[in-house]
Design a protein around this ligand. Structure first.
Ligand code: FAD
Length: 836
């Protein structure tokens, strides 16, 4: 069999490409090879099951040219809906698109598994191209000039491996196969009575869907999430406000992504300046923590009434911003309630089975009649040999002897990384426990131009390989770009520049997504800029919603609705405007018409204006950043010269944290040293440009014109020490006179008030657990060993030490004088033995 273009895979990517290519090359001999018996990939009739819903909202879940519609009475939550409607949509789509008398469906060969591919000749060779070996009912060899690999990242199940007892006969199914077995295992009638105890493995959205599906069928559900993996997913509420029906819509706008680090969009200088401002970075980090907390609040892992004890084990450690764990949305309003009260959650690894139970490493036996695995996917291309993978720039094991080529990549990568950290300093501060995941992390990244094109072979493209938050618009944008690329309408930069860009893209992917960007083409938060860039390189106008709609409305595949006509008009010279009555003008030649230029200019100016407005709002409208970027309740904030030194971490102190340390107990040399180190240096030198933001005229200054301040926390620590000393007065003040005692009491009372008011101003929000101490006094006690948000004290202390001063540095006679009523006390204080 011989074709012009062969496509491997009839999922979203393969279908979108075939549609656009045939729209613009109706005569082309194009064939799609699909190993399953039905089309649709993730959304195929074989794979969908009742509890499988689309996470994207309705209008972000269809291709450019035909909207997906669902019945009015179909269940939906925040515009998410059942996956079976996508199946129906795709099935109708491949029937309704007909080119040169042949529908898309008639060009798809199902049950056709591509087992291997061979390169034939060179690109310039007339007979060059690819030879595919396709297995199936009728094994065949297929020759093609161009090859589009669209076999998906979610085609090969990652099955868990654990020892099984010889008596174990229990079925183990992956999410991929539940659609085929749902009627047997998850029926409500007698037919599935044998499957009472369903055990679901995995912490992500696929697992969550299967848990919910099994619960709804009245099964006893166990949910096991291993401790050695990524842990439970972050499950968000898709609710959104205003014009958006789903949170993803608001996030997929030009407005929301105007400041996002991107390889596909050059941020305006003002936005870059924001990234490089330390205070901005610190403030963004605070907001990332707050956003993660907000997502967790929906589940209420620790305070949900009636929750089973294991429920809190579902609390994710991952961060949404960093994508450092599985991410999903919750599409059923009763999800958390049902799960918390009915599901036995286990956080443990699997170590074996009995005949009818899974055995966990902690010794628990989990009774099981069927195992459902939401354990992820192996995202490789088994039909390429390792040599082919290396040649095409797919992830591969680098040679033991590092070649000159590999050395060049290493240097480019180092340079790109340094540039990224300088441009986006926040990316140098990922969560501490964000470790790379996803197969073999020693592999090279995928070195594909725009996540699709190998650098040394233009006859093959990889579609659907880049990781995106919305794959419908991405599939259409890639289809347009791929067509233009093969038609010679995408002019690539010189090869050195292409390499530099690919190295930068790989490095940004790794920095932006420390756990899941290791393959170098993770563009999860970059849907808008990535798809815009592809359209732009293909010479297509990607935003057609007007000066207000473009930045405000979500980027949808339907923005590309008329792109095939535009493409034909631009490159083939069709009079599109006349025949299709399009609202916008498409010029008939390759040159852009003045009207077209005007449209581009207006669009560019509009975008510029929007970016400016956002920047102005963010910089000058109080709390705009908080509200615009993270939708939080605004928090008023004062300037602090300490902001660069503040870094929050999450830690978990040991149970004896409040009694086993040098600050605790009776005075000793060790405890004195510890306290002395803790409270010194308590004074802070503030530089003149920082002092401009503070009430610096009224404080003490140094001889080199720095102002001196004492941080609230150091005053508090001084007070604590003072109270400690008073409590042990026999040791610290053995010869105290009555007058001094009176004065000390007054100072201590002042200290108590300072601490009380400070604690109320900055409440410690750690949720310490109660426990029964069984002590005659204070039976109900509190323990410190829970996760808490903490300032990195070493970092703060380091900053303080850099800014310390000697008493000799102080310029006398500057700053407010003591209030008269303090003067006497102060003198008395001085007489005390230990000045805290
Ligand atoms: C459970 C789940 C839910 C998701 N929800 C969403 C969502 O709500 N919104 C969203 O945008 N994205 C979602 N995604 C991401 C999803 O991957 C994309 O929506 C999209 O389906 C990817 O399309 P694709 O064509 O690239 O890959 P796939 O859908 O995986 O299609 C690849 C096709 O290639 C075939 N194939 C593989 N190897 C061969 C071979 N050797 N020979 C022949 N054929 C082969 C496969 O059988 C498959 O049909 C979800 C993914 C999963 C797994």
């Amino acid at each position: 069999m011989e074709v012009d273009v062969a496509v491997i895979g009839a999922g979203l990517s393969g279908i979108a490409f075939a549609r656009f290519y045939l729209e613009t090359h109706a005569d082309a001999r194009l064939a799609i090879f699909e190993k399953d018996s039905s089309i649709g990939g993730v959304w195929s009739a074989e794979r969908v099951f009742e509890a499988f819903w689309v996470q994207s909202p309705l209008r972000m879940s269809s291709f450019a040219d035909v909207a997906l519609e669902i019945p009015d009475d179909a269940p939906r939550l925040h515009d998410t809906f059942e996956a079976r409607y996508v199946t129906r949509y795709l099935e109708e789509y491949v029937d309704s698109h007909v080119y040169n008398g042949a529908s898309l469906r008639s060009r798809i060969w199902v049950n056709a598994d591509v087992r291997s591919v061979e390169k034939r000749g060179s690109d310039d060779d007339e007979d060059g191209g690819w030879l595919l070996h396709v297995d199936g009912a009728q094994p065949r060899s297929v020759c093609c000039k161009k090859l589009a690999v669209a076999s998906g990242l979610t085609s090969i199940p990652n099955m868990p491996t654990f020892p099984r007892s010889p008596e174990w006969k229990i079925p183990i199914l992956h999410h991929r196969d539940l659609g085929l077995h749902e009627r047997t295992i998850l029926a409500t009638d007698e037919s599935s009575a044998a499957y009472k105890n369903i055990t679901v493995l995995g912490g992500g959205k696929s697992a969550a869907d299967m848990v919910y599906g099994a619960l709804k069928k009245g099964k006893n559900v166990n949910w096991i999430i291993r401790t050695s993996g990524e842990g439970p997913g972050i499950f968000m509420d898709p609710a959104a406000g205003g014009r958006y029906k789903h949170a993803a819509e608001g996030g997929a706008t030009q407005k929301a992504t105007a400041l996002s680090p991107s390889h596909f969009y050059t941020l305006p200088t003002a936005s870059l300046a924001l990234h490089q401002n330390e205070a901005e970075r610190a403030s963004l980090e605070e907001k990332i923590y707050a956003a993660d907390k907000r997502f967790k609040a929906l589940a209420n892992y620790h305070g949900r009434e009636g929750a089973l004890p294991g429920f809190r084990g579902l609390e994710p450690k991952a961060s949404f911003f960093w994508s450092s764990g599985p991410i999903g949305v919750i599409q059923h309003s009763d999800f958390w309630d049902l799960v918390s009260k009915n599901v036995n959650v286990y956080r443990s690894d699997l170590c074996g089975t009995t005949s009818n139970a899974i055995v966990l490493t902690d010794g628990t036996n989990v009774p099981t009649d069927a195992v459902l695995c939401g354990t992820g996917w192996i995202s490789s291309y088994p039909f390429f040999t390792p040599e082919q993978a290396a040649q095409l720039g797919l992830p591969h094991q680098p040679d033991d002897t590092i070649s000159a080529e590999e050395k060049t990549w290493e240097e480019l990568s180092k340079k790109a990384d340094a540039e990224i950290l300088q441009t986006f300093p926040i990316l140098g501060h990922p969560p501490v426990d964000a470790k790379p995941v996803g197969g073999d992390t020693n592999l090279t990244p995928a070195r594909l131009y725009q996540g699709m094109a190998p650098l040394n072979d233009s006859s093959i493209l990889f579609l659907g390989r880049a990781r995106m938050s919305n794959n419908f618009r991405a599939a259409d944008a890639q289809a347009i770009w791929a067509t233009a690329y093969w038609d010679g309408h995408v002019s690539l930069p010189p090869s050195d520049e292409v390499k530099r860009q690919v190295a930068y893209m790989n490095a940004l992917s790794r920095r932006r997504y420390p756990t899941r960007g290791v393959d170098g083409i993770n563009f999860h938060a970059d849907l808008v800029h990535y798809t815009d860039k592809l359209a732009c390189e293909a010479g297509i106008f990607s935003h057609r919603k007007g000066w207000w709609g473009d930045p405000e409305e979500p980027c949808l595949a339907s923005d590309f609705r008329d792109c095939a006509e535009e493409y034909r008009g631009r490159y083939d010279g069709h009079d599109v405007e006349q025949t299709l009555g399009l609202k916008y003008h498409v010029h008939l030649s390759r040159k852009r018409s003045p009207r077209r230029w005007t449209a581009w200019l207006i669009s560019a100016l509009t975008h510029l204006l929007m970016v400016l407005l956002v920047l102005i709002a963010i910089n000058f409208v109080p709390h705009a950043r908080t509200i615009l970027i993270l939708g939080e309740t605004p928090r008023p904030k004062l300037y602090s010269p300490l902001t660069p030194a503040i870094e929050y971490t999450i830690d978990m102190p040991p149970w004896d944290y409040w009694s086993n340390n040098p600050f605790f107990g009776t005075p000793s040399d060790d405890s004195e040293r510890a306290w002395n180190r803790l409270i010194h240096p308590h004074g802070l030198q503030v530089l003149p440009d920082e002092a401009e933001h503070l009430d610096a005229n009224r404080t003490v200054v140094t001889k080199n014109s720095n102002s001196l301040f004492m941080l609230g926390v150091y005053h508090n620590l001084h007070c604590l020490r003072r109270i400690r000393q008073t409590l042990q007065a026999e040791h610290y003040y053995p010869n105290m006179t009555a007058k001094q005692k009176e004065s000390d009491l007054e100072h201590t009372s002042h200290c108590l008030e300072a601490l009380r008011t400070s604690m109320m101003c900055h409440p410690d929000l750690t949720t310490n657990r109660f426990y029964w101490s069984h002590r005659p006094w204070h039976d109900l006690s509190v323990r410190p060993d829970v996760a808490r948000e903490c300032v990195n004290w070493d970092r703060l202390e380091g900053f303080m030490r850099e800014r310390r001063y000697d008493p000799g540095d102080i310029l006398k006679g500057h700053g407010d004088d003591l209030a008269d009523d303090y003067k006497e006390d102060y003198k008395e204080d001085k007489k005390l033995k230990y000045e805290g």
